[in-house]
Design a protein around this ligand. Structure first.
Ligand code: NAD
Length: 437
């Protein structure tokens, strides 16, 4: 099938490369020319396992290309995916600016088009957006009618950064929000070889399914973090508790790992957008507000520990392992490391950091206010304390490297180290939901 993808960030580029990989003819569109040029040269602008390799393979086989020319892409396509960003406004409500611009541009490009095409929103948008914003703009700028002249779907994306290609190719489910049956049938044809369950529904239900999924997962994280904090007080290991409750099939063991809270481009922004979208209607979503506020507090758990240990933090040399919001990603959006570093900078600490992929993005946030190290050894050297702020695999076996530190203290925000092993080598271990004797 001929596909275009508007917006080539984490979702758009992965979607484009994966759809090309299964034999479709894909055009990626972005307003940023440098991104387009990079894609055409085979450089993935984001880090995602296997993304660049698959991009190059599909470029070579002429199944994918990138352009800034929306009209060219729309003319080329049977299905047009919208995967532009939907960031938060200052008041945390969703900013639909990119969605609006894209809808206008697609509408203009549809004006002279006679073939039936389906426009599918993949961006995460609050319920009602496709009906109340996207379709009216498409109709206004094309002079055509949804359903009669073109189709519309809302296909929420559930991929996880760091596992994006795998998740796209092996989804738990495909949700097709459809304006009408003809639109949904077209999307079903595109995904016909995927073996997961497919749920067909209306546009606003599909939009809500995405928000409800993220809100549930965020709630599960804040829940286990709350339990972990209680466990610490009661001298219980939260990991054992998580294991115990996870054996209940109604609960399941996934997303029950205590840590320093969720970050990234989705959970914080989407839960906040959902809250803001109903606040306007006079309903107060108390549970979701609490999930967010618990998360903000949890991000600073390592700092709370540091204060308990040292009191005054001035001139302490702190090694931070992991800057990205999670392992296998270069994404710094809402990363807990940002809250931790900002706090420590205010306390006049000296901060040396290491992350194999997110350093360039971190430099855009912190500039020269912190040190960026080339490897774990350099980061730990001479430090008073080490904070693990992301769960990269390479941090799991660093026991022999603690020797490089001045103070042998580790604050494990991700519970990836073995406290017993730390004890054997005289490293003082503090972990979320772990009580030291
Ligand atoms: P992103 O910011 O990484 O990428 C968006 C891209 O859209 C940028 O490259 C931007 O230049 C481009 N763009 C903006 N306006 C454009 C226009 N008019 N024409 C063409 N390109 C345009 O965003 P992302 O992380 O890929 O997220 C995209 C959407 O998918 C968001 O709604 C997000 O909530 C949702 N989502 C993201 C993830 C994730 O893990 N990142 C997962 C599921 C859903």
């Amino acid at each position: 099938m001929k596909i275009s993808i508007i917006g080539t960030g984490y979702v758009g580029l992965v979607t484009g490369v994966c759809l090309a990989d299964i034999g479709n003819d894909v055009v990626c569109v972005d307003i940023i020319k440098e991104k387009v040029d990079a894609i055409n040269k085979g450089t993935a602008i984001i880090y995602e396992d296997n993304l660049e390799q698959n991009l190059r393979k599909n470029l070579k086989e002429n199944r994918i290309r990138a352009t800034t020319d929306m009209e060219d892409a729309v003319m080329h396509s049977d299905v047009i995916f919208i995967s532009v960003g939907t960031p938060s406004r200052e008041n945390k409500a969703i900013d639909l600016g990119f969605i609006e611009n894209t809808s206008c541009e697609i509408g203009k490009a549809l004006k002279n088009e006679t073939n039936y095409k389906v426009i599918a929103v993949k961006s995460t948008v609050v319920p009602g957006t496709t009906e109340n914003v996207v379709i009216p703009l498409l109709e206004e700028f094309s002079g055509k009618k949804a359903g009669r002249d073109f189709g519309v779907c809302m296909i929420p994306e559930f991929l996880r950064e760091g596992r994006a290609i795998y998740d796209f190719m092996n989804p738990d489910r495909i949700i097709i929000g459809e304006y009408d049956k003809k639109s949904g049938d077209k999307i079903l044809e595109l995904f016909k070889n995927f073996s997961c369950p497919v749920l067909r529904t209306n546009l606003r239900t599909a939009e809500m399914i995405k928000y409800a999924s993220n809100a549930f997962l965020a709630t599960k994280i804040s829940f286990i973090n709350e339990i972990a904090n209680i466990c610490e007080i009661k001298e219980i290991d939260a990991n054992k508790v998580a294991e115990g409750i996870g054996l209940d099939k109604r609960i399941n063991p996934h997303f029950l790992h205590a840590g320093i809270g969720f970050g990234g481009s989705c959970f914080p922004k989407d839960v906040s957008a959902l809250i803001a979208s109903v606040d306007e209607n006079g309903y107060e979503p108390k549970l979701l507000k609490e999930v967010m506020s618990l998360n903000e507090r949890q991000k600073l758990w390592p700092v709370k520990k540091l204060k308990e240990i040292f009191g005054d933090l001035k001139n302490k040399k702190i090694a931070i392992l992991g800057l990205a919001f999670k392992r296998d990603s270069d994404d710094m959006r809402e990363a807990p490391s940002i809250s931790i570093i900002n706090f420590l900078l205010k306390e006049k600490c000296m901060i040396q950091t290491y992350d194999s992929k997110a350093t360039e993005n971190a430099k855009k946030i912190f500039g020269n206010r912190i040190d960026y190290c080339k490897n774990i050894d350099e980061c730990l050297k001479g430090a008073d304390v080490c904070i693990i702020a992301a769960d990269w695999d390479e941090f799991k076996e660093i026991y022999d490297k603690f020797e490089l530190m001045k103070g042998k203290i580790v604050i494990d925000g991700k519970r990836i180290l073995n406290p017993e092993k730390c004890k054997e080598i005289n490293v003082k271990y503090y972990g979320v939901g772990y009580k030291n004797e």
